[in-house]
Design a protein around this ligand. Structure first.
Ligand code: XMP
Length: 516
């Protein structure tokens, strides 16, 4: 619902498969203009309908001459809408305007020094500066109607302009932070050339979304499953703002939360949603069903099904429920142009995902257009606490997928203590906010140690901390060794039942973030 079809300004990003497409979109939004991604082959009628103020052609891995190279509708250059082609977008624009594109003598990957030859329009106030290049093909001649506006040592045509048609192209990537003046260049395009006014702000989003939700829901009732995470909390807060008492938020304590987490979540949400918040302690039911289960997919299935059972029972007590709120984010809804190969289930991710089918409810997804950082800003605008908004992602199946092997009360208690110390020390060293996600896992192995003069034979705890943009890919966080030393010695000294700590140095792919 709350689609931004009415958004008064927008920059359309046509996606040719670049790893940076989402980044372009985010950079434009950070500059204050709504932007959205569509596949490269979006029809000209659909583009007309979107009525963009400007179009950006993303980069992409292909060569314009390759068989099956992604090509857009050629009319995009005749819409009287300014166009900015980036990397593959430049080659494509040149190709469509009759110029030859060939394999570069020198492939160019990495930093280059941009020399500006025409410092107006796109490159207004842009000094000679570093840019990020990543291309194999290059232009060998200027397309008709275009002039070169910048060059580098290796690229005669690092930026082009067709002033009459308002078409601009850059061979480098303005969206990546290595391009020092990248934001300036994008800003010149959206404000100077496309003449946008700006106004994509959290408060404008809240105002517009709340009005949209209110008219869509009318007098019916709506429910939301709160997990304690950022997305469901912000989604619920928007709906609460729109329809107040018609919303009921349900938090199911599955007994698999971290130390003191269930209480913290309850206190925070009781204060925010007041009487519209219900908390159910179903931990005994979950733990009973998980007894003796060691296989990761079985654990996930049991937890997903039990959640639905408990949630459905509770929501059946509420009259006239027609809608279910979900915290779906923009990266989940973008139609990807990359070919993903055969799809295999790596992990079943169940949240409330299975609910609408079972319960026949219509979905309210107020965050469908937002990136995670925008969700946090909207949450702040709505007055949600910094603690909730800054939290690392936490999987629906909770500690069940972080205890490898059987889940018991005793093992849960050990893991909770280890995890709490790890997070506590990351906060003490100001590292928590730099890390996408950090947590401990409990391994199903025991090792020998020595404490005082005695032999010990205890559990191994694994620590995992990753940096990431979106959880799809991740790198292990380079936590300083002395901080790891402090964490390790605190864990071994303070947590009974652990005599060894290991740090996970695997990236995703090929590993995943969670261990199960
Ligand atoms: P993986 O382990 O697949 O995790 O690399 C990617 C991100 O997803 C989170 N995750 C889940 N989130 N329900 C969730 O809501 C799940 O079942 C689930 N499994 C993994 C994980 O914490 C990471 O942020």
């Amino acid at each position: 619902m709350t689609s931004n079809q009415n958004q008064s300004e927008r920059i359309l990003i046509l996606d040719f498969g670049s790893q940076y497409t989402q980044l372009i979109t985010r950079k434009v939004r950070e500059l204050g203009v709504y932007s959205e991604i569509k596949p490269y082959n979006t029809s000209i009628d659909d583009i007309h309908e979107l009525n963009p103020n400007g179009i950006i052609l993303s980069g992409g891995p292909d060569s314009v001459y390759a068989e099956n190279a992604p090509l857009p509708a050629k009319e995009i250059f005749d819409l009287s809408v300014p166009v900015l082609g980036i990397c593959y977008g430049l080659q494509l624009t040149a190709y469509f305007h009759g110029a030859k594109v060939g394999e570069s003598k020198k492939r160019e990957y990495g930093l280059a020094e941009l020399q500006v030859d025409r410092a107006t329009d796109l490159l207004r106030s842009v000094p000679a500066s570093q840019v990020w290049m990543s291309h194999g093909d290059a232009l060998t001649e200027l397309p008709a109607g275009f002039q070169s506006i910048a060059h580098t040592d290796n690229s005669q045509f690092a930026a082009l302009a067709n002033l009459e048609k308002q078409i601009y192209c850059v061979q480098f990537h303005p969206e990546v932070s290595h391009t020092v003046e990248g934001q300036k260049i994008l800003s010149n395009f959206i404000y100077g050339i496309c003449r946008c006014q700006g106004g994509w702000t959290p408060s404008a989003f809240v105002e517009e979304t709340v009005t949209g939700i209110r008219s869509a829901i009318g007098r019916d009732n709506v429910i939301c499953g709160l997990s304690g995470g950022v997305d469901s909390a912000v989604a619920a807060a928007l709906v609460y703002e729109a329809v107040g008492d018609q919303l009921t938020c349900i938090f199911v304590d599955n007994g698999l939360m971290r130390k003191d987490e269930a209480e913290e979540v309850e206190d925070t949400f009781k204060a925010y949603f007041k009487a519209n918040f219900i908390s159910i302690d179903a931990s005994n039911l979950f733990l009973a069903k998980l007894a003796g289960v060691t296989e990761p997919e079985r654990k996930r299935k049991i937890i997903g099904e039990t959640f639905i059972e408990v949630f459905e029972e509770e929501s059946n007590k509420i009259a006239n429920v027609k809608y279910l709120v979900q915290g779906t984010l923009y990266p989940d809804v973008i139609e990807s142009v990359s070919t993903q190969g055969p799809s295999v289930t790596i992990k079943t991710h169940h949240n409330v995902g299975g609910l609408p089918d079972v319960m026949r409810l219509d979905l309210v997804e107020p965050l469908r257009e937002l990136f995670k950082d925008e969700v946090r800003r909207v949450g702040k605008e709505l007055g949600l606490s910094a603690k909730i908004l800054g939290r690392h992602p936490f999987p629906g199946p909770g500690l069940a997928v972080r205890i490898l092997g059987e889940i018991t009360e005793e093992r849960l208690a050990i893991l909770r203590e280890v995890d709490a110390i790890f997070i506590d020390e990351l906060r003490n060293h100001d590292l928590y906010d730099e890390i996408w996600q950090a947590f401990a896992v409990l391994l199903p192995v025991k090792t020998v140690g020595v404490m005082g003069d005695l032999r010990t034979y205890e559990n191994v705890a694994g620590l995992r901390a990753v940096t990431s943009e979106d959880g799809m890919t991740a790198d292990w966080a380079r936590i300083p060794h002395d901080v790891l030393a402090t964490i390790s010695s605190r864990i071994i000294n303070e947590v009974r039942g652990v005599n060894r700590v290991v740090y996970d140095v695997s990236s995703k792919p090929p590993s995943t973030i969670e261990w199960e």
